[in-house]
Design a protein. Sequence first.
Length: 172
Amino acid sequence: MSKFTFKGKLVPTGPEGAWTYMQVPPAISTAIGIRGRIPVAGTLNGFAFRNSLMPNGDGSHSMMFGKEYQEGARAKPPASVDVVLEVDTKPRQVEIPEDLAAALAPRAHAKVRAAFSALAHSHQKAFVDWINSAKRPETRATRVARTLELVAVGKNRAKTSDRQWHRTARAG
């Protein structure tokens, strides 16, 4: 597939500009020819990235531009960045933390391990990010255990209610 080059403008949104996104030119969305989420890789002012273009519902796409990208590209809204991107066809894999891998390893968890492996990359990443965001070892251990429970019953991500569950389990 082709590489696309363009100037992307960083647009702040949300309360007090809490989030930043970059609109992709409509001609590029049309040329790629995919209306849904598009995995992409490339550079932003020379900073290498892998991300997804998200559909806007009208055939166009935009990309979230988090703090890591802003720092790497040395650009903050409302700046423009030099973008080079292409559709990313490489498989996306999540690095599973040792404690989660150890919890999934026992033979008794073979079905949970298979279910976790079958989750979409983004869902695996959501669980791993949730586990990695724990500040205390006890919280992390609880999240690893809760991840196994959620995957075992067919859930594909931890939600706000799971945070409530954690508070309740800790209090009780």
